[in-house]
Design a protein around this ligand. Structure first.
Ligand code: AHM
Ligand code: MG
Length: 336
């Protein structure tokens, strides 16, 4: 039972048995993420003070300019998860390939793999806008005791055992699910402790916010253009309000609290959209569904897509159920 103001540590212990494979490992894993998130939070908060922002001069896997804090966040999460010997493999948006972790006895004995985007929305750091970390946890499918394989990561989202995000915003929050609803914890920075501030988070069934990069409008498929026009029409609760931060975690977090839809459709410029199925869409979809919302690629459930590659991109529609249903209705009028 989620009790407001409970600390995250107490909550994890109390709810350990909710988790179907309760062996304590998943709790340790969430604990490590909580620790790494505190370290990243500390750096993100200093971003304006020290010369840490800006490009690290490296180009990441997708050819994007990498920021220094991306590197720090990536290293911190990987180091923490590796040192604590809880997972057998990590796939990160910032690395070309997945990382294999042998485990304490060098026996590849750990059961879980993590897919993560260590610092999403990092183009916003320089301008003091909220950024986030997104993580997704699976049980490996290859035998325990052998090195982790690509297929352990290429599981559909419906196989996730836990997922969550950290939002480094006006306050820092960790929001996660293990398949028993969604709970949000706010960091008390002076104590370094997360407290349950948002128990049982739920997406309102309807909403009045739409979040999309409308600068790409002319490149969107006709179904998306029609839906955007629908959002803007004068009718009962419409026009809806347009809100787009350009930081996925922040946009979805706001929409989950207030009711809304987030869209990153494919376009003639980006034929598969921009967001990554493993690191961004699946974890956000798991959270959205656990909160009573919906996530789709415009035609079908995100979490039923079978990934073909680690860095696969996919169109993404996520938010209040009735809004995503409506967007799909418009999309279905045109061929894919
Ligand atoms: P990133 O992983 O390189 O930070 O990109 C993902 C981000 C999302 O947080 C955000 O919703 C989207 O990219 C914004 O893209 P755009 O600037 O094209 O609207
Ligand atoms: Mg990202």
């Amino acid at each position: 039972m989620a009790t407001k103001n409970q600390s995250l540590g107490e909550f994890i212990i109390e709810n350990q048995s909710d988790f179907q494979y309760s062996s304590g490992e998943l709790s340790r894993l969430i604990n490590s993420i909580r620790l790494a998130a505190k370290m990243v939070n500390h750096e993100v908060n200093k971003a304006g003070l020290v010369d840490i922002t800006g490009s690290a001069g490296e180009i990441n896997t997708q050819g994007e300019d990498q920021q220094k804090l991306d590197v720090f966040a990536n290293d911190t999460f990987i180091r923490t998860l590796t040192n604590r010997q809880i997972v057998c493999g990590i796939a990160s948006e910032e690395n070309d390939d997945f990382i294999t972790i042998e485990g304490e006895r060098k026996d590849h004995g750990n059961k879980y793999v993590v897919a993560m985007d260590p610092l999403d929305g990092s183009s916003n750091i320089d301008v003091n806008v909220s950024v986030g970390t997104i993580f997704s946890i699976y049980r490996r499918v290859t035998p325990v005791g052998t090195p982790v394989q690509l297929e352990d990561f290429l599981q559909p989202g419906n196989m996730q055992v836990a997922a969550g995000y950290i939002i480094y915003g006006t306050s820092t929050m960790l929001v996660y699910t293990t398949g028993n609803g969604v709970n949000g914890f706010t960091l008390n920075p002076s104590l370094g402790t997360y407290y349950l501030s948002h128990p049982n988070m739920t997406f309102p069934e309807n909403g009045t916010i739409y979040s999309v990069n409308e600068g790409n409008y002319v490149h969107f498929p006709q179904g998306v253009k029609d839906y955007i026009k629908y959002c803007q029409q004068e009718e009962s609760d419409r026009p809806y309000t347009s809100r787009y931060i350009g930081s996925l975690v922040s946009d979805i977090h706001r929409n989950m609290i207030k009711g809304g839809i987030y869209m990153y459709p494919k376009s003639s410029k980006a034929v598969d959209g921009k967001l990554r199925l493993l690191y961004e869409c699946n974890p956000m979809a798991f959270i959205a569904e656990q909160a009573g919302g919906k996530a789709s690629d415009g035609y079908q459930r995100i979490m039923d897509l079978k990934p073909n590659e680690l860095h696969q991109r996919v169109p993404f529609f996520c938010g209040s159920k009735n809004m995503v249903d409506k967007a799909e209705e418009f999309m279905s009028k045109y061929p894919r």
